[in-house]
Design a protein around this ligand. Structure first.
Ligand code: ZN
Length: 331
């Protein structure tokens, strides 16, 4: 899958592609950023570009023998290392990868070692990598892919050029879900709204769980929107925590809070009269239009940051009920 079929990260990917073509790309790279935003795909696309005999513009062609073999994971010069069943990347895996780069490429121009989940490399493995990352053989390229770069040894970090992948816009996530994962449009937008900018999170969460999470979130907002009555607010908190089903309450509330912030973000879109195509919950338009009458920009923003704080407290182990009650009085 060449760069052009990756969603989002346009500027970053263009820079990487251009540097690769010019031969100015550092040979030891870290692709850092949240899970499920396309970091590994970008590393594979880079391996394709570095080996494609007939690039299309500033991108691999994607269809030649080299490109398709890399995409299928069977190209002799492109190695993907990832954690095994133990959850860690063992020193032997690292040694094998380093050894492979000592030889000239078999079928392509560049040996590319992609270490996906690089934060899982055992410490001795990271130590073993240091020398190679410092001075990689001229025909090789190392790409460490990780959502937790700070777990890597500082000595590893300092030898690599770090490139940051951001979160995807909800519309981008939805487009991928519709185009590549056969989601219906409404489900895709709902899942995208709650995905925190990650296609991985959107798919793992499942469209149903996401759609379900919006209902209690909307229930809270509808109860507190037009009333200051403390009883309505407590009812709102109850609506937010209603019928927790399966999984842990904490996770479920976190999901509902993310639903809440995506609805609040949409209120901001409507209030600023921005393009309605930016709405993450376009299918909830009637609800949004009802709510927007009670929310001015300040209130939406205040509510938005209160939800953020609620999510933080939840992560720090505050009780879901207390968090919900507190939040209902902040919105
Ligand atoms: Zn090609």
């Amino acid at each position: 899958m060449p760069f052009r079929s990756i969603t989002g990260h346009r500027l970053l990917l263009e820079l990487v592609a251009r540097a690769s073509i010019r031969g100015t790309l550092p040979q030891s790279l870290i692709f850092a950023g949240p899970e499920g935003v396309g970091k590994r795909m970008a590393a594979v696309a880079l391996a394709q570009l570095a080996n494609c005999p007939a690039p299309a513009g500033e991108d691999a062609c994607g269809v030649c023998r080299s490109c398709t073999r890399i995409a299928r994971g069977v190209h002799a010069d492109v190695v993907v290392v990832e954690p095994g069943e133990t959850g860690s990347i063992k020193i032997e895996q690292i040694r094998d990868a380093i050894e492979a780069t000592a030889y000239r490429p078999f079928e392509g121009r560049r040996r590319v070692v992609i270490i996906d989940g690089a934060d899982a490399i055992v410490t001795q493995g990271q130590d073993a990598l240091l020398k190679t990352l410092e001075e990689p053989p001229s025909t090789s390229l190392f790409v460490l892919v990780t959502s937790r770069p700070d777990v890597l040894l500082p000595t590893v970090l300092s030898r690599c050029q770090r490139l940051r992948f951001g979160r995807l816009a909800p519309a981008d996530v939805a487009a991928v879900l519709i185009g590549e994962h056969q989601y219906a449009e409404a489900d895709a937008y709902a899942a995208a709204a709650l995905s925190d900018g990650s296609i991985g999170v959107a798919i793992e969460g499942g469209a149903d769980a996401f759609v379900d999470a919006r209902e209690p979130a909307a229930g809270l907002l509808e109860r507190v929107a037009a009333s200051d009555d403390p009883r309505r607010r407590l009812e709102g908190a109850k609506a937010l925590t209603a019928s927790f089903r399966g999984g842990s309450d904490r996770e479920e509330l976190a999901r509902r809070l993310r639903a809440l912030s995506s609805i609040l973000r949409d209120l901001g879109v409507l209030l600023s009269r921005a393009d309605e195509r930016c709405l993450a919950n376009a299918d909830l338009r009637p609800l949004l239009l009802r709510l927007v009458r009670s929310f001015d920009g300040d209130r939406a923003l205040r509510a938005f940051s209160a939800v953020d704080r609620a999510l933080e407290s939840l992560e720090r182990n505050a009780s879901p009920k207390i968090v919900a009650d507190w939040l209902a009085f902040q919105i």
